[in-house]
Design a protein around this ligand. Structure first.
Ligand code: AMP
Ligand code: ZN
Length: 483
């Protein structure tokens, strides 16, 4: 399997640290608000990675943190703790909003068929881990105390910037642009491991530490939670592209300084979902959530299908028009799958199935090319093999795509059959005059279904001329005599 590794800027053959096993760490949500569908694009694409590793037979352990403290409103070390901001906005405690938005996040994930990671750990449950690692970093000379806070000293590293081709100078200036300088830092790129002298005296969650009462920085949380559950050597770390710098850059700096060796082999970054007007945000424009899409009549799995249509390393533009196009394709696909009804004696053609699976694997082996994987799904429909084999291939692919394909298509097929059966058992009146009206009503319904509204109107007018008034209800059309 080939994966693009953001750390080396190359497509690389995936080789796990331990044969047959894969460890994956995913940056979890900052639970101060609902996740927007941009955040969820990242989690959908990471879910594909997780599911495809399992599909290939790896024993996967995937860990995710929940950021419930320490993520300041700027990814540098300025601004207010996002959790505190959220709590103030809602006049609740930090832990109350953390619980509420964590539950909402997993409810959204469930609707989108995103597997819950094997281990989910909130930052507030790992304070001892953070203190242990920070103490060791100080001891090893990688961290220092200044103005009450503990900082990581980036000048101690041979290479700090990992993920892009900018010069250190460009990045150091770029990230601080327009942001208040922290005079305690020895180097511009240094970052906070532990805050004690925060500007915000009302920080709600604080813990005792060897350096006084305070709270952890965001970056140290992910390093420690990953090492706590996945050990010293991590196979894959993922997140949205905005996390590459400074968050993941800082994670590498402190983890490798602490461990004394390379920490993570592959870095996977998902590019952003943008709106027509730019980056999606929780404060700008319409706040796009799964619930909002549902309230507009979109199924969450249609959004998942929309995301799978493009590669994770390309940014994706969200618009209702683009989503509508995906919905039309998804419904057509489901309609075609619904027609795959095998005869009772049909069996799966194993050779044909293996051929179809090979195409699917080739797509995902190619740096998780989900749009090609969807093409492999259309190839199943076109293949010269029986319905049982096609259904087996679709069920197999759907363990990764997770679009509930057969289940939804079968439901559609059942609904259609029920409709047809209902139409077929129409019992007409024995009275020829009434039967003529009933037949006219059925002809009008058929004309409407065929979108021949002129004919439907003509029938209604014709009946009206005879003094028959039609009333359309949800259960069908009723008639009465105009007197
Ligand atoms: P947060 O809750 O802000 O910590 O972000 C959760 C995840 O969503 C992180 O992996 C971010 O990198 C990612 N993310 C943030 N904005 C977007 C976006 N517009 N499109 C895709 N992923 C995003
Ligand atoms: Zn993280």
């Amino acid at each position: 399997m080939i994966l693009y590794n953001t750390a080396t800027h190359k497509r690389e053959e995936f080789v796990p640290n331990e044969p047959g096993k894969v460890s994956i760490y995913t940056c979890g949500p900052t639970v101060y608000h609902y996740a927007h569908i941009g955040n969820l694009r990242t989690y959908i694409m990471e879910d594909i990675l997780d599911r495809y590793m399992r599909y290939q037979g790896y024993e996967v352990t995937r860990v995710m943190n929940i950021t419930d403290v320490g993520h300041l409103s700027s990814d540098g070390d300025t601004g207010e703790d996002k959790m505190l901001k959220g709590a103030k906005r809602e006049k609740k405690t930090v832990m109350e909003i953390a619980q509420y938005y964590t539950d909402c996040f997993f409810a959204d994930c469930k609707k989108l068929n995103i597997r819950r990671p094997d281990i989910v750990d909130p930052a507030t449950a790992c304070i001892d881990e953070f203190i242990k690692v920070i103490l060791s970093l100080i001891e090893k000379g990688y961290a220092y105390e200044a103005g009450g806070n503990i900082y990581f000293d980036t000048s101690k590293l041979a290479q700090y910037y990992i993920f892009n081709d900018f010069t250190s100078e460009d990045l150091a200036v770029g990230v601080r642009e327009g942001v208040e300088e922290d005079g305690n830092k020895k180097n511009k790129a240094d970052f906070v491991l532990w805050f004690t002298k925060s500007k915000f005296d009302d920080q709600e969650l604080k813990w005792d530490s060897p350096w006084g009462i305070g709270y952890p920085g965001w970056h140290i949380e992910c390093s420690c939670i990953a090492m706590k559950h996945l050990g010293e050597r991590l196979d894959i770390h993922c997140g949205g592209i905005d996390n590459a710098f400074p968050h993941h850059t800082n994670e590498i700096a402190q983890s490798e300084a602490y461990l004394g060796h390379k920490w993570c082999n592959y870095w996977m970054h998902v590019l952003h979902l943008n709106t027509d007007s730019g980056k999606m945000s929780k404060s700008k424009g319409e706040f796009l959530t799964v619930s909002l899409l549902e309230s507009k009549g979109y199924s969450p799995l249609a959004y998942r299908f929309f995301c799978l249509g493009s590669h994770y390393r390309r940014s994706l533009v969200f618009s209702y028009e683009n989503l509508d196009n995906a919905v039309v394709s998804f419904e057509k696909l489901l309609g075609r799958i619904a027609q795959l009804q095998p005869a009772a004696d049909e069996t799966v053609d194993k050779a044909a199935l293996a051929e179809l699976q090979a195409k699917f694997r080739a797509a995902l082996d190619n740096d998780l090319n989900t749009s090609l994987a969807i093409t492999a799904l259309y190839d199943v429909l076109k293949a010269k093999t029986n319905a049982a084999t096609k259904r087996a291939a679709i069920a197999d692919f759907d363990t990764v795509l997770a679009l509930n394909l057969l289940e939804t298509a079968d439901k559609l097929a059942k609904e259609k059959a029920a409709e047809a059966a209902k139409a077929a058992v129409r019992v007409y009146s024995d009275d020829p005059a009434i039967r003529a009206i009933e037949e006219a009503i059925d002809a009008r319904a058929a004309a409407k279904k065929a979108k021949n509204f002129a004919e439907a109107d003509r029938i209604r007018e014709e009946l009206l001329a005879q003094g028959i008034v039609l009333t359309d209800t949800r259960e069908g059309t009723t008639w009465s005599k105009n007197c």
